[in-house]
Design a protein around this ligand. Structure first.
Ligand code: FO1
Length: 305
């Protein structure tokens, strides 16, 4: 049994390689829900959908999110009404959000809806939202605190980051199956996702970090930072905003209380010594995933670790 901790696009790309090597029924993916947002009365769960669509083979590969070949007629109509349309919700994607919202209103949990959607798309991987409770990542900027999606998509991640807030963190409990899957796995993989707003959120949910410390599973993380820059997204701005160094070492340090092995990109092999001093074993590999072969090779490196 393998458990992966995942954010959005980077994690989903890695998982595409992993499912080539392990059976879906032996894999659970715990997904960040701090990015979830309500728009037009609908519950959008971007990272859960990115992982689900990618593993189901229907994601828009170029963008890494949304459904391949989707149309945007509903959003265009909303724009005509003068509605805010900065978050690009495709027509088929909207069906997921409408279905999810209707079930949530009828008392189902986010984890239950996620299972129903992923099974309907033919997946046997267990996709587990980190929590069924409200959890919202907000970025503190000079103009005040804004929802993470507003910071990233609406404002193009251009604001200086003054802080990060996790609204709901005190009350959020891990969703059913999350702690059990960490405790019963032989391997826990921390995907190459943003260490603050993707993995950091999952680790902030009460009980998850302790489960990682206490499980007998081997814990392996893949660096999301290569040559001092994130492969995708604003991890550099967020790390800097929290007065943290932008480096693979910095990420390894954030996980060092539970981590066994850190997969470092070949471009950062000079960091090996510093990371080993944290008590973490280091493996150097190519972590840039352009082709399916790259993704599968990286997954193989993780399994061999
Ligand atoms: N990212 C964007 O940069 N622009 C968008 O308009 C956008 C829409 C969107 C719709 C559905 C979805 O599931 C994801 C979407 N994303 C979009 C990706 C998302 O904002 C982030 O990449 C993740 O939340 C971070 O992992």
């Amino acid at each position: 049994m393998i458990t992966a901790l995942a954010g959005g696009v980077g994690a989903a790309r890695f998982l595409t390689g992993l499912v080539r090597l392990v059976e879906g029924k032996d894999l659970s993916v715990i997904v960040n829900t701090g990015d979830d947002i309500e728009l037009f009365g609908l519950h959008i769960s971007p990272d859960v959908d990115i992982v689900t669509y990618t593993l189901a083979g229907i994601v828009d590969d170029e963008k890494g999110w949304g459904v391949r070949g989707d149309t945007f007629r509903c959003l265009e109509a909303i724009k005509k009404f003068g509605g805010e349309a900065w978050f690009n919700l495709g027509d088929r994607d909207l069906a997921t959000h409408m279905f999810r919202t209707a079930l949530l209103k009828n008392g189902f949990k986010l984890s239950e809806v996620t299972t129903q959607v992923s099974h309907a798309l033919g997946l046997d991987v267990a996709i587990l939202p980190m929590t069924d409770d409200k959890f919202e990542t907000r970025i503190v900027t000079e103009s005040g605190s804004v929802h993470f999606q507003e910071y990233l998509v609406k404002r193009g991640a251009e604001d200086e980051v003054l802080g990060v807030e996790f609204v709901g963190v005190e009350k959020a409990k891990p969703a059913a199956g999350v702690v059990k899957s960490i405790m019963e796995s032989q391997l826990v993989v921390i995907c190459p996702s943003n260490p603050i707003v993707s993995i950091g959120t999952i680790l902030a949910v009460k009980g998850i970090r302790d489960a990682l410390r206490f499980t007998n599973a081997k814990k392996v993380a893949i660096s999301p930072i290569v040559a001092g820059a994130p492969i995708k997204g604003p991890a550099d701005k967020l790390l800097r905003g929290l007065d943290l160094e932008v480096s693979a070492y910095s990420v390894a340090k954030l996980y060092s209380d539970f981590l066994d092995t850190f997969i470092l990109d070949t471009a950062d092999s000079a960091e090996r010594g510093r990371i080993e001093k944290l008590g973490v074993e280091v493996k150097v590999a190519n972590t840039i995933m352009k082709s399916l072969k790259d993704k599968t090779e990286l997954a193989r490196t993780v399994l061999e670790a």
